[in-house]
Design a binder for this molecule. Structure first.
Ligand SMILES: C[S@@+](CC[C@H](N)C(=O)[O-])C[C@H]1O[C@@H](n2cnc3c(N)ncnc32)[C@H](O)[C@@H]1O
Length: 288
């Protein structure tokens, strides 16, 4: 029988209720910030709901007053963030862009399951380039009209791990209206200087703070994807790039960069600590 757990700590460490059984997660009304219960299927082979997804869910639920009109969800996966946004009363429409076909079919099913299929359109798309002509035309019509963007991108691999975030913001300039909002998932370890640097890297965007964050949690190096991220970060530091910021799990006040964290893990088997976070940016193209 499927394992079912209630009242597990959420990503932020609170005891709001969500339940998870194999391939399915139910978020209750407290977790969605009053947007009602949401049921999400995530069968094997689709993008899972991670602690970073949970913090983005919390950011939308607790700041739903910031979302209205038309939005884009970059890398919509199984649709959790699109569905949260679509449940927000002032939101008229959400377009989810997703490169993986299996995720797309699950996202469409999840939208139906949660009664928001009329408000959400999921498009097969490589970043902002949908594959189907009709979808390309629909997205083109959003130029300069999108009120918000939500994104919980993966870490990039061939640079400092932050490249997808820069690319997501860069591409969003075409679609966001003046004053448009961005809910961007960026965890603590990227470091304050790299996060602040987005304003310089992608002119037009202004950082307005953190919408939601977890408590300090292990950056779980038992997860191969996170171990690979740490190796990318350590390589970036070795070639002179900006440092990353973790905390020592044995002495939380002690900061560790990526290279120290990797050496510490190899020595002790302990993961360094970080925080999952969702940040708010505004787009003001004329304020440059
Ligand atoms: C970290 S997951 C986030 C999924 C979901 N939004 C969430 O928060 O749980 C990133 C998603 O981006 C998608 N993705 C990666 N590269 C993409 C690209 N070039 N264009 C569109 N989607 C992409 C992945 O398939 C994945 O579903």
């Amino acid at each position: 029988m499927a394992k079912r757990r209630r009242n597990e700590p959420t990503a932020s460490g609170s005891k709001d209720s969500f339940s998870r059984k194999r391939g399915e997660t139910t978020l209750d009304n407290a977790v969605t910030g009053g947007l009602g219960e949401i049921r999400l299927m995530h069968p094997p082979g689709t993008t899972p709901i991670t602690p970073a997804s949970m913090i983005s869910i919390e950011a939308i639920g607790s700041h739903k007053h910031l979302l209205s009109g038309i939005g884009i969800d970059w890398g919509s996966g199984g649709g959790c963030l699109s569905i949260m946004a679509a449940r927000t009363p002032g939101v008229d429409r959400v377009v989810g862009l997703e490169i993986d076909e299996t995720n797309l079919s699950v996202a469409r099913r999840n939208a139906r399951l949660n009664g928001v299929e009329e408000k959400v359109a999921f498009m097969h798309s490589d970043s902002y380039t949908p594959s189907a002509d009709g979808d390309r035309r629909s997205l083109e019509l959003l130029s300069g009209r999108a009120d918000f963007l939500i994104a919980n991108p993966d870490a990039s691999k061939d640079d400092d791990g932050f490249g997808y975030r820069r690319a997501v913001l860069c591409g969003a300039r075409k679609y966001l209206r003046d004053g448009g909002r961005v809910f961007l998932s960026i965890s603590y370890q990227y470091g304050r200087r790299r996060i602040a640097g987005l304003e310089r890297d992608v002119p037009g965007f202004f950082h307005e703070g953190i919408l939601a964050r977890s408590v300090c949690v292990p950056f779980d190096l038992g997860r191969t994807d996170l171990l690979n991220c740490l190796k990318v970060y350590a390589r970036e530091e070795s070639r002179g790039g900006l440092g990353y910021e973790f905390c020592n799990p044995l002495r939380r006040s002690q900061a560790m960069n990526a290279r120290d964290s990797l050496a510490f893990y190899e020595r002790t088997g302990r993961s360094p600590l970080s925080q999952w976070q969702t940040h708010l940016f505004r787009y003001f193209p004329d304020r440059l």
